[in-house]
Ligand binder design. Structure first.
Ligand code: CA
Length: 241
């Protein structure tokens, strides 16, 4: 559906890391733009319109947090910068505080250095998929369940189900990668927005209602992974009679 290569912006002042990332991402088929400073990054964001940014926090002129703030506060109609741009923060300072700061400012993901290229690449792929779905990319199918992002309709074995807006958003977030366990933090960010960090009871009650609505024929679609989060199963579990 989306075969054209994604354009990634790599914002990193360390020349060795920057070159390493640019070389590998190019080899993996992405169009790569690079920026060494916050100022360069903003210019690239305004004029080159990348699909995703990898943003180092420690930059020579401003912090990556500042660049992220510029992105998220951009006025979608007046600015050249897309306020919904997917952003992965990269940092040498792996503290919990930076992680929370990053999510509070609207980062989509966070990877402490040193990271493995394989892990970074996996996260880039997952985030691009998630964002394409979020932006209206078509129909997802999980077992006998069909989730249509455009019409916001859900069908189970062809029968339409009536879900609330948040139940639908939760199901769609899970359905992007049906066998993956999504943490509560990720789901809260994707469904309720990053500001509602901590409201896990809201998530749990919606997940419980969604699970009940999908269980019309006794199927278990929404699985609670205790202490972590939720996942869908790839098709209904066979329930022994
Ligand atoms: Ca740096």
């Amino acid at each position: 559906m989306h075969d054209e290569p994604a354009t990634l912006l790599v914002v990193e002042d360390d020349a060795a890391v920057r070159t390493f990332l640019a070389d590998n991402l190019t080899a993996d088929g992405y169009e790569v733009l690079v920026a060494e400073t916050a100022r360069d990054a903003v210019r690239q964001l305004e004029y080159a319109h990348p699909d995703l940014a990898l943003l180092d926090i420690g930059l020579p002129d401003q912090t990556g947090f500042e660049v992220l703030r510029r992105i998220r506060e951009a006025d979608a109609s007046a600015s050249r910068i897309d306020p919904g741009l997917p952003v992965i923060l990269l940092t040498g300072r792996a503290g919990e505080l930076d992680r929370i700061r990053g999510f509070d400012r609207g980062a989509d993901d966070f990877l402490p250095k040193p990271f493995s290229y394989g892990e970074l690449h996996g996260r880039i792929r997952a985030l691009l998929r998630r964002c394409r779905t979020r932006r209206g990319g078509g129909r997802l199918r999980v077992g006998d369940l069909e989730v249509d992002s455009l019409s916001r309709q859900v069908r189970l074995r062809g029968r339409p189900l009536s879900l609330s807006g948040k139940e639908f958003a939760l199901l769609r977030a899970l359905a992007v990668e049906p066998t993956r366990v999504w943490t509560k933090e990720e789901l809260l960010r994707d469904v309720w927005g990053y500001r509602s960090r901590g409201a896990t009871r809201t998530l749990d009650s919606h997940a419980c209602r969604l699970r009940a609505k999908l269980a019309v024929d006794g199927d278990v679609y929404v699985v609670n992974v205790w202490g972590v989060g939720y996942r869908l199963i790839d098709g209904p579990l066979a329930v022994a009679a």
